[in-house]
Design a protein around this ligand. Structure first.
Ligand SMILES: [Zn+2]
Length: 479
């Protein structure tokens, strides 16, 4: 572990982030520029994210499958906007087994095209619909400026791909998956999100409609944390995905795709972390509780370890993810280390606690004395479960209050410019691409989404050009 000092968040947010990723043992850079090695602690967090999402996908009828990493290059060219969008960031294999390939292979940047190929073979009749498949895999996009979790050449994610008989069913699916992402973000990760529609310029390459969840990070910039696309019949037409309807007529399918990636780990770090390090939401934390035994002499050690192991057993029985830290290090070192790694709750137990039948609980969300309480060992599991729930809620409430305090409703464009320097602006926008481009050039802020909630239903005037506007958009600088 490097001994690099953690800068404060206000001092240098970017360096704070980079240092935490390394010091909390989440990830490292790989040997090829811009690639990421996810270390066991970071992967364990990702596994908990996967489990929370996978449960929701399966409860809504989806099944998992595995699709190839290589895609014939011509496949990407079949959907015009798709290839335009992805061309600059493709990795292409031209040699295999020492021979120049007849047709170059693209390393998948996303799997819509292979899915299109497969679905056109599998779907024949309305009876075959809907097809609801999800993939857990990694994809490659040749990014120039990379940062661990936020933007790397290869990243891990899930990509859902569905095919339906009607536009309405596809739209229902697209919105349902967005709701699942929002539910996951808020109730598992304690990250409040704006849920809404992307502007045309910010849409996925080849989609008719893109929806996203957008979160405010600790530096008040936005992070797109999950997207869901209604692909209309664009891919169905490019890949000839047709079905015979009840009247024996051939129809094109309506398809969707949706994804959430390891980028979300970056969101958790930047939403919850503080100047001591990471703070993990209990529902996703690899270790929800760490028990630190405190002793000096050997006879103390035996009694303390026995009590620690008894508490560990009770917590495991209550389905709490708990670790006893029996490393040969000082308690102070261990406190610091687990604070850096964001473990939500620490239990300290020493000889005096053993004698009194108590333990000290230290909440990660309330550093110092304020978050420390002494509780009885009797009923410890129930106390811990309640405390973890309280930490989860506190993290969410704190993140929401922070976002609300930093989201503005500027009166004019001058105020708007200042607003996006210090947070989000929620403003009327005419919906025109040219106006959006101007705003981006002048302020570096982009439309994050046009939220479903918070619209008054009344028309207004565009914050920049003054033309009539029907809806408000969230504008912010973004990762
Ligand atoms: Zn405008």
């Amino acid at each position: 572990m490097s001994e690099q000092k953690l800068p404060s968040r206000t001092e240098d947010f970017s360096e704070w982030y980079n240092t935490i990723v390394q010091r909390a043992d989440l990830a490292d850079y790989g040997p090829a520029r811009g690639t990421m090695i996810v270390k066991p602690y970071g992967w364990s967090l990702w596994e908990n994210i996967q489990a929370a999402l996978d449960k929701r996908f399966k409860a809504t009828g989806h099944v998992n499958a595995g699709f190839p990493m290589f895609i014939p290059k011509s496949f990407l060219e079949r959907e015009k906007k798709h290839v335009e969008g992805f061309s600059p960031e493709l990795a292409v294999v031209t040699i295999g087994g020492g021979e120049t390939l007849e047709e170059p292979l693209v390393v998948r940047p996303t799997s819509e095209t292979t899915i299109g190929y497969a679905y056109s073979k599998w779907i024949k009749s309305y009876r075959d619909l809907p097809v609801l498949i999800n993939l857990w895999n990694s994809v490659v996009r040749w990014e120039l400026r990379t940062r661990l979790f936020l933007r790397t050449l290869e990243f891990w994610w899930q990509e859902g791909h569905t095919a339906h008989a009607t536009y309405e069913e596809a739209e229902f699916e697209t919105r349902q998956m967005l709701d699942i992402y929002a539910d996951f973000a808020e109730n598992e990760a304690a990250v409040p999100v704006f849920k809404g529609r992307k502007s045309e310029a910010e849409r996925f390459a080849g989609a008719d409609q893109t929806y996203s969840i957008e979160a405010m990070m600790g530096d008040r910039k936005a992070l797109q944390a999950g997207t869901s696309h209604n692909l209309g019949q664009n891919f169905a037409k490019a890949f000839d995905i047709k079905y015979q309807d009840k009247g024996n007529e051939l129809q094109y399918c309506w398809t969707t795709s949706w994804g959430l990636s390891t980028r979300f780990v970056g969101a958790i770090i930047m939403v919850h972390g503080d100047d001591q390090g990471l703070i993990l939401p209990p529902r996703l934390a690899p270790h929800q509780v760490v028990i630190v035994p405190i002793y000096k002499k050997d006879d103390e050690r035996a009694a303390v370890m026995e009590a620690a192991q008894k508490i560990q057993k009770e917590l495991i029985a209550a389905e709490v993810r708990v670790k006893v830290d029996d490393r040969d290090e000082s308690p102070g070192f261990k406190y610091h280390d687990w604070e850096m790694r964001g473990v939500p709750l620490r239990i300290e137990i020493g000889p005096k606690d053993v004698a009194k039948g108590s333990v000290a609980l230290a909440r990660r969300d309330q550093p110092g004395k304020e978050g420390k309480t002494f509780v009885s060992q009797v009923g410890i599991a129930a106390t811990v479960v309640d405390t973890l729930k309280s930490i989860q809620q506190t993290l969410y409430d704190r993140a929401l209050a922070f976002r609300e305090a930093n989201t503005y409703d500027p009166k004019d464009y001058e105020e708007f410019k200042r607003a996006v320097e210090k947070g989000f602006a929620f403003s009327y926008w005419c919906g025109e691409r040219e106006c959006e481009t101007q705003i981006k050039e002048e302020t570096k802020a982009t439309t994050r989404c046009i939220p479903f909630e918070g619209q008054s239903g009344e028309s207004g005037v565009c914050i920049r050009c003054g033309k009539p506007a029907m809806e408000k958009a969230v504008f912010a600088k973004a990762y």
